[in-house]
Structure formats: structure tokens, C-alpha cells
Design a protein around this ligand. Structure first.
Ligand SMILES: NC(=O)c1ccc[n+]([C@@H]2O[C@H](COP(=O)([O-])OP(=O)(O)OC[C@H]3O[C@@H](n4cnc5c(N)ncnc54)[C@H](OP(=O)(O)O)[C@@H]3O)[C@@H](O)[C@H]2O)c1
Length: 287
């Protein structure tokens, strides 16, 4: 996609410069308490952003916030929030306002990273888990994207939305029907948003990681047999943030993952079998 203008970061907020205070671009990261979200927080802190760290585990967020203050002098706000609960989700942006209002801070980046999934055949999944995954991976991501676009329109500065999908959103992955389905939504949604917003200073990037060594494996019920082809959260975060700041609409981190993504062009029965086989190289089959 050709972008009409390439925004740069950080950029001064007009109200802040009028007041003579240096402007401070802020990045809000969901799922910042571990894995890719935590690594993305470190990456953005190193690049000079102030941070709003969101997840359920307040102690993890607080520890990260303190570490980033020491390492980079980062200012951050920790918000404990269960994004799969409608009351928590709907109240989140309002909770950021008092802090954002201080010292000319403005919301320049939203990283929709929090996500969950269950590795099991669909018929054996629990209804509550299915609903939680859809609420978090789809509803929360969509609601926060909408609020972010409105906020970015208001301040008018270059703004970046980074949505974390998965290679599973491109490749139909058996035992991950709901998870892969939600990530296919993230992919489609992000692509359309990037197109609709192309004439504005808001850039939308969708990143599609393959296997990443994080707590996700354990939480989703995957038992690893090996780590072939898996990436570190730090490498994924560094590549994703670079793709986001260069205005890429879609990005697959890692050469092997780029190559694997081509499987989507094969006929359905072939790609389903191929993806299943390649998953079972690293992950134990479910009973
Ligand atoms: N690891 C992989 O192989 C892989 C591959 C492709 C894509 N991804 C995607 O990458 C993203 C990050 O996953 P990860 O691998 O870094 O796993 P992770 O270490 O388990 O991180 C998930 C993050 O989401 C947060 N979270 C979970 N449920 C939440 C809720 N209801 N409300 C708010 N926050 C919640 C968790 O924090 P709390 O528990 O503290 O709330 C945690 O910070 C996910 O969207 C995942 O689908 C992962």
C-alpha cells in the first residue's frame, strides 16, 4: 500500500507547545504484564514513549513500570483491567484521561496485544472459555481501536495502531478454531481500517507472529515438544514496533513464518493437513 504521508514520532502536541511544555507521546499497551506485550513496552520505552500498561496482574505491571523508570526514565501509568469484562473495558479510556491530561501527554500509540486461546478441538472446549476469547480478542480490540481513532482524530497528531493477530489468523489451524477465527477477524478488520484511514495521520499495522516463546503456550494448554522455528518475544516486539513506525499495514515477523504463510494459497484440505502437521512438530497432540 502506498501511503500519502509518512508520520514521524514523537511530534509535539499543539496545546503542549503553546503552554511551553515539551509534548509527550504515550503508548497504551494491552497485555503488558508478560510476553510480547511486556517486550513491546520495553521497546517503546527505549524509543522515548511514556506508557499506559494494561493487564489483569497489577503486581507485574507495577514491577515493569518501576524497571522502565530506572532503565529509561519512562513515565508510566498501570491500569489493572480484565478486558474480557464489559464494565472494565468500557471504563478503561476514561481511567486514562486524568493522567493523559497532565503535561501535554497525548495518546500516540495503541497496541492491542492482549489475547488468549485454547488449544483443543472445538467440541471439547468450554463455552465460558470460548466467550472469553471472543470478548478479549475481538470485542476489546475493536472497542479500544474505535476509542483510539476518535482520540487521535481529536489531537490530530501522527498516531499508530498496532493490532497483534497471529499466523493462525492466516492459516486454518485445527484445535485452534475459535482462536484462529478471532485472529482472522483481527487481520481483516485491521486491513480495512488501514485503508479507510490512509488519508489521515493515523497508521494501522497488523502483525502476524508465528510461534513465540511466552506464557501463552502454557495458558492455552499447549505442551511443547521442541522450539523449532519459535521466536523470542523481544525479537517479535522489535520487528513489530519497527513495522508500525514505518507505517506497514501488515507484517509477518521471521523468514520461516513469511514462508509458512504461503500455505494459505493451497487448496483447503491440503493446507489444513499441512498446518496441523507442522503444529504437531512442536506441540503435543491433545487427547
Ligand atoms: N505466543 C505465541 O506463540 C503467539 C503467536 C501469535 C500471536 N500471539 C499473540 O500475541 C499476543 C500476546 O501473547 P503472548 O504470547 O505474549 O502471551 P502471554 O505472555 O500469555 O501474554 C498475554 C497477555 O494478555 C494479558 N491478558 C490475558 N487475558 C487478559 C484479560 N482478560 N484482560 C486483560 N489482559 C489480559 C495477560 O496479562 P494478565 O494475565 O496479567 O491479564 C498477558 O499480559 C496475544 O494476542 C496472542 O494471541 C502469540
Amino acid at each position: 500500500m502506498t501511503l500519502p504521508q509518512k508520520p514521524t514520532i514523537p511530534a509535539p502536541h499543539p496545546s503542549a507547545t503553546q503552554a511551553g511544555t515539551p509534548a509527550q507521546p504515550v503508548a497504551l499497551i494491552t497485555g503488558a504484564s508478560s510476553g510480547i506485550g511486556e517486550a513491546t513496552a520495553k521497546e517503546l520505552a527505549a524509543r522515548g514513549f511514556a506508557l499506559i500498561l494494561v493487564a489483569r496482574r497489577a503486581d507485574r505491571l507495577q514491577a515493569l513500570s518501576e524497571q522502565l523508570a530506572v532503565d529509561y526514565g519512562t513515565q508510566s501509568l498501570c491500569l489493572s483491567c480484565d478486558l474480557s469484562r464489559r464494565e472494565d473495558l468500557n471504563g478503561l479510556m476514561a481511567r486514562t484521561q486524568p493522567w493523559l491530561g497532565e503535561s501535554g501527554r497525548y495518546l500516540a500509540v495503541l497496541v492491542n496485544n492482549a489475547g488468549t486461546g485454547v488449544w483443543k478441538v472445538f467440541a471439547d472446549q468450554q463455552a465460558g472459555q470460548i466467550q472469553r476469547d471472543i470478548d478479549l480478542n475481538v470485542t476489546a480490540l475493536t472497542t479500544l481501536s474505535h476509542a483510539f481513532v476518535h482520540e487521535a482524530r481529536k489531537h490530530g497528531q501522527p498516531a499508530y495502531l498496532l493490532n497483534v493477530a497471529s499466523l493462525a489468523g492466516m492459516l486454518p489451524t485445527a484445535r485452534f478454531a475459535v482462536y484462529a477465527g478471532t485472529k482472522a477477524y483481527v487481520r481483516q478488520f485491521s486491513e480495512i481500517l488501514a485503508y479507510e484511514l490512509r488519508q489521515t495521520p493515523i497508521r494501522v499495522t497488523c502483525v502476524h507472529p508465528g510461534g513465540v516463546l511466552t506464557e501463552f503456550m502454557e495458558h492455552s494448554g499447549q505442551t511443547l515438544k521442541g522450539t523449532t522455528g519459535m521466536m523470542s518475544a523481544e525479537a517479535v516486539a522489535r520487528l513489530a514496533v519497527t513495522a508500525m513506525l514505518s507505517g506497514k499495514a501488515s507484517y509477518i515477523p521471521g523468514v520461516l513464518n513469511k514462508f509458512s504463510s504461503l500455505v494459505r494459497f493451497l487448496p483447503a484440505p491440503v493446507r489444513l493437513r499441512l498446518v496441523e502437521r507442522s503444529m504437531l512438530i512442536t506441540v503435543q497432540d491433545t487427547p
